[in-house]
Design a protein around this ligand. Structure first.
Ligand SMILES: [Zn+2]
Length: 115
């Protein structure tokens, strides 16, 4: 498996074993207990807060400098910062968090002997 196929996998989360079954429970970021297609035990993979911590570092290192640059160039009122950066951060979290979590589950499934 190449890095790019892993990246595509993470943005369309599927079972890391067969790449067809659903990875997350509906409307949740919890992994299903068992793949409906290949019966791989996916509930044993526990990513904990790993995805959230990674995302905090990633977004903090990218969005905060943008906010500081925006402040130094435009000098908007404080409520503009709150609305703008709150919306940007929430949108990025909604898009990226499931992908990061799926990628960590993929790596955990591949490198652990829980199969
Ligand atoms: Zn499967």
């Amino acid at each position: 498996m190449s890095f790019f196929s892993d990246l595509l996998f993470s943005f369309k989360p599927r079972c890391p074993a067969c790449r067809q079954g659903r990875l997350f429970k509906p409307w949740s970021l919890s992994a299903v207990d068992e793949c409906a297609i290949c019966h791989a035990k996916l509930g044993q993979n526990d990513v904990g807060d790993g995805a959230s911590v990674f995302l905090i570092f990633l977004l903090g290192a990218t969005v905060i400098p943008l906010a500081l640059l925006f402040e130094s160039l435009v000098h908007p009122p404080l409520w503009v910062h709150a609305v703008l950066w709150g919306t940007v951060m929430l949108g990025l979290i909604i898009v990226i968090l499931p992908a990061v979590k799926a990628y960590i589950i993929l790596l955990e499934y591949r490198h652990r002997s829980l199969k």
